[in-house]
Design a protein around this ligand. Structure first.
Ligand code: FE
Ligand code: CA
Length: 512
């Protein structure tokens, strides 16, 4: 067993302060193969730092291959890619209780600059990767580039889009959820999952391990800090707070949710403030990019009411208009509205999970909605849109994922009246792989789009969305690959839109 050979509790103890040694017996690892098989990542940047993440896993698909003891991992942050001008270094402890993951909250760096970091254990090192700090709150910022992505079903295809993302010149990467999928291995897929339906902590850990072994995903993590949030498949399809689609007993489902949340934390570059406590975890949080933009990252899974009228694509029913239902929970909702009200930034971007615009999926007579989206929570959505209307000038832009295709939607304050004011803009990004190759415009979509005049764009290929933000406009380039079921697809910009400052709603842009 590799795990037998990996442990050597001797030598090198001078690495630690006396306090560390008294606090716990931290061991210096000895590995005969690279323990950094899952790569490294940075995330949740601040003005003076960011989280840097890695995990020791020399034998990744056999539980990691590390003795269940705390091990030391060294890290360093440099001014240059060659890692010659080291500005900070330290030693972190990889604890077995967290699957030997390491989350270092680097601080004391200078604002608004790029740095490089790497980890080192037993002579093995991660390749230098980039992190950037954010501009100070009051600093003028004239340009921000970010990408957002979601939904990377392993079995549906290759992460070619991540390979191309790794070539983008961006400051931040947002991930809007479905980083893993919880389903069992299936036959006849591009590349099968390992194992069955995820239920236990070990199950979820194993799935993250499988996904994170992908070199294209690792490359995308190296380019910039990621700001992540989860959707449903990190736990179970279409769950709502403590309710699963299969109506598992509540206590049983919360144990599963706790396991899923912990494995997510263990594999993401998140701060300790997001570490789960049992089935609860603080995932909604905000970031500012100088005077230019605020980001309010939402969690629309943990606190929501159960979906109305039975979960799914359903004709409109009374439950959708139940005034007691919530999408964010009252605490998060208050936090969002207060945050936007007091934001003095030009743009207020809301990275979150599910589509906000009420797309009617039935051409002609009758209205059919997806009740897992904001459409199933009409009263909560209307509260937010009315707020946008009553508090103009904040330039709200909603980023969504979940449904594996691209959409650009104008957000009207009252969707029953298409002449009511547009109060915000929604950009729905397609999946990295989920849904397979797809096509530009599936059969049957044109009549749906004709039914929904607030939809400015639709496309059903895989990819991600690249945004360039200036004080004057937010530009979105819908980057798509023609296929994912084979490797090697090129990437292109299918369409670009701009949102002008002070003018909610998107307009088609010329090509860049
Ligand atoms: Fe998905
Ligand atoms: Ca209809």
């Amino acid at each position: 067993m590799l795990s037998r050979r990996t442990f050597l509790a001797a030598g090198g103890l001078a690495l630690f302060s006396a306090r560390d040694l008294f606090a716990s017996a931290v061991h210096v690892p000895y590995f005969t193969t690279n323990p950094f098989t899952l790569g490294a990542a940075s995330g949740d940047p601040s003005h003076d730092g960011a989280v840097i993440w890695t995990r020791l896993a020399p034998d990744p698909l056999n539980g990691g291959g590390v003795e269940p003891l705390p091990f030391a991992v060294r890290w360093e942050v440099a001014d240059d890619e060659a890692m010659t001008r080291i500005v900070q270094r330290g030693t972190a402890v990889a604890e077995p209780a967290l699957a030997h993951s390491v989350h270092v909250e680097v601080s004391g760096l200078r604002p608004d600059r790029w740095y490089w970091y790497r980890f080192d254990a037993s002579g093995f090192m991660t390749p230098p990767a980039r992190l950037r700090t954010l501009p100070l709150d009051n600093a003028a910022a004239n340009r921000l580039r970010f990408v957002f992505a979601s939904c990377q079903y392993w079995e549906s295809g290759y992460y070619t889009a991540f390979r191309h993302m790794a070539e983008e010149d961006v400051d931040l990467v947002f991930h809007l959820g479905d980083y893993i999928y919880e389903g069992p291995a299936r036959q006849g897929v591009v590349r099968p999952h390992i194992g069955g339906q995820l239920l236990t902590l070990d199950d979820y850990r194993g799935r993250y391990t499988q996904y994170k072994l992908d070199p294209n995903l690792q490359a995308a993590h190296r380019i910039a800090p990621w700001i992540v949030t989860w959707d449903d498949h990190e736990v179970a399809n279409n769950y709502a707070a403590d309710t699963s689609m299969r109506n598992d007993p509540r206590d049983q489902f919360l144990l599963r949710r706790a396991a899923a949340y912990q494995a997510y934390y263990e594999h993401m570059p998140l701060r300790r403030t997001s570490q789960p406590h049992g089935p609860d975890a603080q995932m909604y949080r905000s970031f500012t990019f100088g005077s230019l933009a605020s980001f309010f990252v939402l969690d629309t899974r943990q606190y929501r009411s159960p979906q109305a009228c039975g979960n799914g694509v359903k004709p409109v029913c009374d439950g959708i208009f139940d005034p007691n239902t919530t999408m964010m929970g009252s605490v998060q909702e208050r936090w969002l509205l207060d945050g936007i009200t007091s934001s003095r930034r030009k743009w207020n971007v809301i990275p979150q999970q599910v589509m906000m615009a009420p797309v009617d999926l039935q051409p002609g007579e009758g209205v059919v909605l997806s009740t897992d989206q904001w459409s199933g929570y009409d009263v909560a959505r209307t509260r937010l849109l009315r707020f946008f209307d009553l508090e103009p000038g904040h330039n709200p832009v909603v980023l969504s994922g979940d449904i594996h295709n691209n959409w650009v939607n104008d957000l009207h304050v009252n969707f029953l009246d298409p002449r009511s004011p547009v109060v915000g803009t929604e950009l729905v990004g397609t999946s990295i792989t989920s849904g397979g190759d797809g096509s530009d415009m599936p059969d049957g979509m044109r009549p749906v789009l004709a039914e929904n005049p607030f939809v400015k764009f639709h496309n059903d290929q895989r990819g991600y969305v690249r945004c360039i933000v200036t004080p004057q406009e937010l530009r979105a380039d819908f980057r798509v690959v023609p296929y994912v079921q084979r490797e090697g697809a090129p990437i292109g910009t299918r369409e670009s839109f701009v949102v002008e400052e002070g003018r909610p709603g998107a307009q088609r842009a010329g090509s860049s």
